[in-house]
Design a protein around this ligand. Sequence first.
Ligand code: SF4
Length: 179
Amino acid sequence: MISLVADINESQANLLCKSCGLCCTGYLFIWAKLRPSELDPAESLGLNVFRSNPAERGFSQPCPLWQRQCMVYDSSHYPHVCRSYKCKLLKEVIAENTSLPNALTVIEQAKEMICEVESLLPDSAATNFRQRLVTELEESNRLAQADARFRSKAEALLGFYETVFGVDDLVEKADVILE
Ligand code: SF4
């Protein structure tokens, strides 16, 4: 019985993650941490690995391996951070504190908020939404005449990230233990 509930929750978790993808596509995070031993294997998978600073070794997002779902989740080189990371909303679904339909509605709400903020961002060569958001907020803080509409929507989105997804950092690191 317990395993049946676990299976149901697992399939709901898969559905939720496939409908979302925000933690793989650069909307929540700028980069994700890798263990030292994962750097070469992750590169061989096709991840954009960087390693010059020992304190910041990982791969940048958006991840090229996200194509409406992760293309390498069954690889032996699948990064630990990807296997272990669970956002707060996913944990709520697994714990049955919220239903899958409710969680899917929340994700749609997040995507609508992101679209609104994205439409207010200036053109940029950067492909990472979170990076563009940080840069623009810093610029907006520096300028005397900040764009109030952008600021309020950007801050609302960051608040949503924190309360709903439990994300208050720019890095996806889960419980990576550096070897
Ligand atoms: S490897 Fe897969 S789970 Fe990890 S960031 Fe890329 S698409 Fe997401």
